[in-house]
Design a protein around this ligand. Sequence first.
Ligand code: PSU
Ligand code: MN
Length: 315
Amino acid sequence: MVADLARSWLTCSAPVAAAQAAGRPLVALESSIIAHGMPYPENVRTARDVEALIRGLGAEPATIALIGGRIHIGLSDDELELLGRADRVHKVSRRDLPAVLTGGGLGATTVAGTMICAALAGIEVFVTGGIGGVHRGAPETFDISADLQELAKTSVAVVCAGAKSILDIGLTLEYLETHGVPVLSCEQDNFAAFYTRDSSFRADFRLDDVAEQARFIRTKWDLGLAGGVVLSTPVPEAAAMTFEEIDALTQQALAQAKAQRITGKAVTPFLLAHIKALTSGRSLATNIALVKHNAEVGARLAQALAHAGRGAGAA
Ligand code: PSU
Ligand code: MN
């Protein structure tokens, strides 16, 4: 009943509805990365490229955004363009969903917002760039992304290139552990750090094989252990930045945020924008490369999950 009420807010695109009807795997995509994470026109081009990559691997992409008081699951080319061009788009996390739906404005969903909508639409895999986390200085500011609480309760697998070092990655992993969110890695033992491959913190479980990733996730949910799973995969070597380069820029961005007393939901976009400006575009190429790589990993995972057996006897 609650689920039916919630689903009455969804508008699925024709390709998404067709994939759902045919039982084909779907991959959810966030829109905050389009509206707040990248400049126009690279944002729209990347969004389209990512969708094409996912389709090429046999899964259906479902980019999620709030438009005209509805939760859109799967966007048309025109809707992607609208979202990528508009300069006043709400950043929608769990807290913001009712306000933006009833207000009828344009809303781009964060990791938390996208997970909620994906779960409502029955989509198990979600591809993003990097997850939010515990901010540096959080013991004083209490700034902990709502993404982490969402991972604690909403059953969606989130494929990412780790988390940015604008965050306290060690505390982010501690928080996830406390809330029972497994952090899987593939291609390397350590959790990735978005622009750079290595955060220097170990992920909980390394699973390179996609069938094993799917079995892990299916087993968690079969056991009734609600909540997300993080799958971290590092940015491809050729596009990665060095730790030294990104660390210096991060320090500068953090100092700026502090000096300008930036707080609340403005913190993350402020830091992202500063790093982008400071690298004069280099970070954008890294960002695009990692999102595309994540899309490939996510599409394969969605396929594997669709075929993974259930229960203890499954192969
Ligand atoms: N981290 C990134 N890129 C992003 C974000 C985070 O490297 O684009 C966005 C995501 O949408 C994420 C949100 O869910 O910022 C987290 O914001 P906050 O820290 O305010 O919860
Ligand atoms: Mn915050």
